[in-house]
Design a binder for this molecule. Sequence first.
Ligand code: DGL
Length: 273
Amino acid sequence: MAPIGVFDSGYGGLTVLKALEKALPGYDFLYLGDNARTPYGTRSFDVVYEYTLEAVKYLFSRNCPLVILACNTASAKALRNIQQLDLPLLAPDKRVLGVIRPSVEKVSEITKNGHVGVLGTVGTVLSESYPIELKKWSEGRVKSTVQEACPMWVPLVENNEIDSEGADFFVEKNIRNILQKDKNIDTLVLGCTHYPLLKKTIKKYVPESITILEQGQVVAEKLIDYLHRHPEIDDRLSKLGQVIFQTTESAENFENKASLFLDRRVEAQTIHL
Ligand code: DGL
């Protein structure tokens, strides 16, 4: 097998995997969740880089020609170094892609007034990746980017508290904050792959006039385009329609929680990085 590697610190990347499976049905995927060390969102640049590089090396050792960092925190803090410093030495013929660039391209296509809001982990927000990339790639279409760190949202999702009063409280609070930072936002990016699980609550507090951007579908759409443009990578991907799930924590826990994200039961294996 030569599957597409999909990596996240925990379960969040499953929202991306779900969209990828739908968009690229015959392809093989190897999902790796670093559940033993989640969350990444509050960790330093160096630590996120070190952990992410370990995961990428592992996925390369499992014969993945292409790895998607289905984690904004890892995309913000580790992707550039991995692409520029590590890949040329480790595996020049392999590719590692993130979730920020596709999201930035999509935002630039859909915003009408150029006022964008980004919700993310502390790490993603502090990295300033979204404001920097939106400025760089939107060709002037994005005029203002405000951000809000939502440190409680990942733990709420990871602990299956998505329909609780606690979720309602923190979602309302962070949405209120970001809308106060810019009253003209027309596009709101869910800049963390865990957040789509809270969408029902998020929608309660976001005016209907604002477009909420979920990353799964966007990443899938952009990946299809990427594979068309890079047949040399596409040709190397195996297409048996198989999906393998691996975690650095308990396989049983992973199996129980993953069903929440994927609406189906999966079998997982524990691995060590
Ligand atoms: N799912 C990760 C992201 O997209 C964040 C989870 C974490 O903090 O580890 O940023």
